[in-house]
Write a protein that binds this ligand. Structure first.
Ligand code: DLZ
Length: 163
């Protein structure tokens, strides 16, 4: 049940703002697909549970986590959304690629938050093993997609109130 924050100075971290009139974009990386689909399911279900109409949730796929930057940018520039959730999963391999992709996507999403007015939520797992990612995408450590959806609702609300 949504509990509305009255205004930003009375912010209550346990209250989830009313989300039924917001529109959300979700950009999903196809690399490590079983993980990113689990994260998407967690995010999508949580938005629905908070009364966001299914037609107000737009999904785009991109090839890998590095492409979340461009995908999120185009989503927020063209789709009239209140927040974007960027979903990816980078798993440590034998090469330095892990470090470059993690660094690139983290800085890229940060840059979007600095340069544009639509919040972009960082839902990218950066794990050492596949098991760690399984555990955080609907496994024993919960679902980071769920947390990202709550963050998206809160940030959409903060943007609305601060406009
Ligand atoms: C190339 C690559 C590698 C090695 N590992 C991952 C990964 O673990 N997770 C992920 O989302 N993407 C990976 N990629 C792909 C890059 O994100 C990107 O799609 C390519 O470098 C093309 O720009």
């Amino acid at each position: 049940m949504a509990t509305e924050n009255k205004n930003l100075s009375e912010y209550d971290k346990n209250a989830v703002p009313d989300a039924k009139n917001f529109r959300f974009g979700i950009v999903v990386a196809e690399w490590n697909e079983t993980i990113t689909e689990g994260l998407f399911d967690g995010a999508f279900k949580t938005l629905l549970e908070n009364e966001v109409p299914a037609e107000n949730i737009l999904r785009w796929n991109v090839p890998g986590s590095f492409e979340l930057i461009y995908g999120s940018k185009k989503m927020l520039q063209t789709q009239n959304v209140d927040a974007v959730i960027a979903i990816g999963c980078v798993i440590q391999g034998q090469t330095k690629h892990f470090d470059f992709v993690c660094e690139g996507v983290t800085q890229g999403i940060k840059d979007l938050n600095v340069q544009t007015d639509i919040p972009v939520i960082f839902c990218v797992l950066t794990d050492n093993t596949m098991q760690q990612s399984i555990d955080r995408s609907g496994g024993i450590h919960g679902n980071k997609g769920t947390e990202a959806a709550i963050a998206a609702i809160k940030m959409a609300y903060i943007r609305q109130q601060a406009s």
